[in-house]
Design a protein around this ligand. Structure first.
Ligand code: MLT
Length: 404
């Protein structure tokens, strides 16, 4: 008789956003006349920028002719895209990252779930609390997290680094040295971030204790403050301790298109073993490359027209973020984030739990958000709203919340 991977049985409930989707579907079925405004999952709402659409059309036409048709993409991604990434995301920022250190993928969610595969099972992971659930759940599936305590909502073998208003949402170095440290900056879900000097301290710490940092930079395009690093490789020593994951979902609206990349510097080694070589082996074996049409779309992100159009798109979402932040503050809410990230993190009013506030907002305002406790125990008493809605819906949602 076959056996299953028992670690899956340890996962409590369903994936956070699936749980929310089920709750919302049940509410809609029971109340078909209600018009919901969805500010829950961080999914974009604006159409792809014209420069991207144009590049996709052109690539589709190429696929229609034998001379220009493309089959499997190269293992690491097409050179035209890796060169554009190296040039714009790294060289232009004074960072020494070569095109051959970039691995194109179908998105940062997959990369952030898959990257743990190249590490030993008894490695200790450290995560911010609250945290993007994929980091923890993928390590649960791999059997790296020990046992789950439903009372504390914590795993015995995970090192939690609380990020709350008390520490300004900046994690402290853990008492016990971890092997793998997940950092998402600017942060999902809190919408806050750290300064470049604070990030440098994490790089120094990782190099000192021999840990690897898995750095998720999905929200980099939303940075507005000058003392915030746009990539971890702006920090000295990051090439020997950090893997960076980037997404095209939030800066270019690719949530439904799927494109991302991982940077694994060649100096990142465990003894004599290069992680770059391991990730290349993994990529070659388990992945057949992002589609040519999508990689051409990704290249257009770095064209002059693409850059200008996407700057406007980011500004559009950040206008929503400012409206939510200021509107909620004026209504008496305690609000965080929304300056360098498209997420607003608020304290739930009147000691409501995160899920109580979720239900209250859904039923009374017909607004969908995300309960903070879904991201980890330190998220209890907080709630996340995204700035990725349309401006009109964002304002309408605010009016509804203010009138509660
Ligand atoms: C979120 O809402 O946290 C994100 O959109 C989820 C994701 O990027 O996978």
């Amino acid at each position: 008789m076959f056996q299953i991977n028992d670690n899956y049985q340890k996962l409590p409930g369903s994936y956070l956003f699936s749980t929310i989707a089920k709750k919302v579907a049940a509410y809609t079925e029971a109340n078909p006349d209600r018009k919901l405004i969805r500010l829950g999952i961080g999914d974009v709402t604006q159409p792809l920028a014209p420069a991207i659409i144009e590049a996709m059309h052109k690539a589709v036409d190429e696929m229609a002719a034998a001379e220009t048709f493309r089959g499997y993409a190269p293992d690491l991604g097409y050179e035209f895209l890796r060169n554009a990434i190296a040039e714009n995301d790294y060289k232009a920022r004074g960072c020494d990252i070569g095109a051959d250190e970039i691995f194109v993928s179908d998105g940062a969610k997959s990369d952030s779930a898959n990257i743990q595969e190249i590490f030993a099972q008894d490695n200790r992971i450290a995560v911010c609390d609250p945290v993007y659930p994929v980091y923890v759940d993928s390590n649960v599936m791999a059997g790296r997290t020990g046992t789950y305590n439903p009372d504390t909502q914590m795993w015995s073998d995970v090192i939690y680094m609380p990020c709350t208003k008390e520490n300004g949402f900046v994690p402290d170095f853990p008492k016990e040295a971890p092997d793998m440290i997940y950092l998402c900056l600017p942060n999902n879900p809190t919408g806050t971030t750290v300064t470049k000097a604070q990030l440098q301290a994490w790089v120094d710490y990782a190099n000192k204790v021999g840990a690897v940092i898995i750095y998720d930079g999905a929200y980099e395009a939303y940075i507005s403050e000058s003392d915030v690093a746009h990539t971890i490789y702006e920090c000295e020593g990051a090439r020997t301790c950090a893997i960076e994951l980037k997404s095209f979902s939030k800066n270019a609206g690719f949530t439904g298109v799927r494109l991302g990349y991982a940077v694994v510097p060649k100096e990142l080694k465990c003894g004599e073993v290069s992680l770059h070589g391991m990730w290349a082996r993994r990529h070659g074996t388990k992945f057949n490359g992002a589609p040519y049409i999508i990689q051409r779309a990704g290249e257009a992100v770095y064209s002059d027209a693409g850059k200008a159009q996407l700057k406007d798109q980011v500004a559009y979402y950040m206008k929503n973020a400012t409206a939510i932040k200021e509107g909620l503050q004026a209504a008496g809410y305690e609000v965080f984030g929304g300056v360098n990230a498209p997420y607003i993190w608020l304290k739930t009013p009147g000691h409501m739990t995160s899920w109580e506030f979720f239900d209250y907002l859904l039923a009374q305002a017909n607004v969908v958000g995300t309960p903070g406790s879904g991201f980890g125990p330190s998220g209890e008493g907080y709630f996340r709203l995204t700035a990725f809605g349309s401006y009109e819906n964002t304002l309408a949602a605010l009016e509804r919340i203010k009138s509660l």
